[in-house]
Design a protein around this ligand. Structure first.
Ligand code: GSH
Length: 343
């Protein structure tokens, strides 16, 4: 896996997660820089077909949620998309936005994502991260608020959604979805990073406690519910899925001894597979690339290399994650995983 948030030395003009490690060894994530909402009215980003582009990375679950929701809602014709690359710039990794031939983006002329940040915020001190939505006319970053991005796709982009798009954010469930999402962030999504980036055992242990306690709760919740809110997939399911699907393909390599892995949770494991087989999830989940470990080891000097380093391209992840499960029996509407948006 291309390390999505590596701790490394960077040129002064770019930030590093190193700056996000507190004295107590805890990882404290930087604030999102671009949080202007999408919508109509003053001070909002007006939705216009073809104007914006979403940049995301295969390895990164914050951005993967946005790419999945974009496809689920059929926003392909309104919102462009590109998977970023990774390149060394003066000893530091940066996301690239070059095209398939390695040439700069045709509309902006940029090679790197941070150029869109610089255009919007000259001398910005942080990390240029995915997801980022850029304005292709103004050639600058306009939104990297991964907390809300999928909600904008579900609401402000509504009139551009495909016919019969799923309602991932039903009005009657919004408050509950919002509060579950707020809970998922520290306890599941960011708990993995809090474990992976912790630089004190105490900070690691705190994140570990939060993560496993949360998984126990979710395992129980999914005992009787096909999805987190019952019979239909919602925004919260996308958020839980993107973390779970990376756990045993990538994250486990940076974690210590664990009580159990994903497959030790009967319900969570079947739930992930129930979601994976939905085309918009599958198309946007590059399991083998997520497992791919970049970088070389000196094989003449050591026999030790991680499992992923040795076997990432031999394991048939797609087959494993497509194994049948019987979650449909939990639903009153087993043939449908989505509530369809009729307005
Ligand atoms: N925007 C958020 C979260 C998004 C995020 O961390 N994305 C990672 C990938 S998972 C990234 O783009 N990292 C780039 C870097 O550290 O250079 C943040 O700034 O913490």
């Amino acid at each position: 896996m291309a390390l999505c948030c590596g701790i490394e030395n960077r040129p002064a003009y770019k930030g590093s997660v190193k700056n996000e490690i507190g004295k107590d060894g805890k990882f404290v994530r930087q604030e999102n820089l671009f949080t202007t909402p999408f919508g109509d009215g003053e001070g909002k980003l007006k939705v216009e077909p073809g104007r914006y582009k979403l940049y995301w990375a295969k390895s990164c679950h914050w951005s993967n949620r946005a790419s999945i929701v974009r496809e689920l809602l059929g926003l392909e014709n309104v919102l462009d998309v590109q998977i970023v690359g990774r390149e060394d710039v003066g000893g530091s990794n940066a996301w690239t936005v070059t095209n398939d031939n390695g040439d700069p983006d045709e509309k902006s002329g940029y090679r790197y994502l941070y150029e869109y940040y610089e255009a919007a915020y000259p001398g910005f001190p942080g990390r240029a991260t995915v997801p980022t939505v850029v304005d292709q006319i103004e050639k600058k970053a306009v939104n990297n608020d991964y907390h809300k991005l999928t909600n904008y796709f579900e609401t402000a982009f509504k009139k551009y959604q495909k016919k019969d798009a799923p309602d991932l954010y039903p009005a009657e469930l919004r408050d509950e979805i919002d509060s579950l999402n707020e809970w998922l962030f520290p306890n599941v999504n960011n708990a993995t990073y809090r474990m992976m980036f912790a630089r004190s055992l105490q900070a690691y242990n705190e994140a570990y406690e939060d993560y496993y306690k949360a998984l126990d709760y979710l395992e129980e919740r999914l005992e009787k519910n096909r999805f987190l809110f019952g019979d239909y997939v919602t925004d919260s399911d996308v958020r839980l899925y993107v973390t779970l699907v990376r756990w045993e393909t990538a994250y486990y390599r940076f974690l210590g001894t664990a009580e159990k892995g994903l497959r030790g949770y009967k319900n969570l494991w079947a739930y992930v597979r129930d979601l994976y087989v939905i085309p918009a999830f599958k198309h946007n989940t590059y399991l083998s690339d997520i497992a791919h470990e970049y970088g070389a080891i000196d094989e003449s000097n050591t026999n030790f290399a991680t499992f992923n380093y040795r076997f990432w391209n031999e394991v048939d992840y797609e087959k494993i994650y497509s194994e049948p499960q019987n979650r449909r029996d939990l639903s009153k509407d087993p043939a449908n995983k989505f509530k369809i948006n009729k307005d």
